[in-house]
Design a protein around this ligand. Structure first.
Ligand SMILES: [Cu+2]
Length: 151
């Protein structure tokens, strides 16, 4: 009886480790001129992933790129910078909150947020996002509103 129980625990542990390594999920975020939430947007604007997952940003409309914002990511996390109108795939390597922007539309608050695992650095990101958001000429509240949705 005891042996059977231990066997079950081992299977559960194995399944848990496989789910975080062998089966990394692939996520897609669209870059759009607009949707129901406004103009110049990432869709979805907030995405929850696990460390090891990939996120591919696809310019469904032309003239957008996706890139990490310096300082608005977990300490020591990998960064990326996509080319205009080209898809770019980012492999998430550290737990925490990442802000992604479209460079040409960053002053229009074309930003998105990736949460990998737990939002361990959320307070830090929220503080820095307030300063970063000062350059927005429209959608000034967009980034803080996205960050406010993180649970
Ligand atoms: Cu853009």
């Amino acid at each position: 009886m005891k042996k059977k129980f231990l066997g079950g625990v081992l299977v559960a542990c194995l399944a848990a480790s496989l789910s975080t390594t062998a089966f990394a999920a692939e996520h897609t975020v669209l870059m759009l001129n607009g949707n129901a939430t406004g103009v110049m947007v990432f869709e979805p604007a907030l995405i929850n992933v696990e460390v090891g997952d990939t996120v591919t940003f696809v310019a469904k409309d032309m003239g957008h790129n996706a890139e990490t914002v310096s300082g608005l990511a977990p300490d020591g996390a990998a960064s990326f910078k996509g080319e205009l109108s080209k898809p770019v795939t980012f492999t998430v390597d550290k737990e925490g909150v990442y802000v992604v922007q479209c460079n040409p539309h960053s002053i229009m608050a074309m930003v998105g947020v990736i949460v990998a695992g737990a939002p361990t650095n959320l307070a830090d990101i929220q503080a820095k996002a307030a300063t970063y958001s000062e350059k927005f000429v429209m959608n000034k509240e967009r980034l803080s509103q996205i960050l406010a949705q993180i649970k």
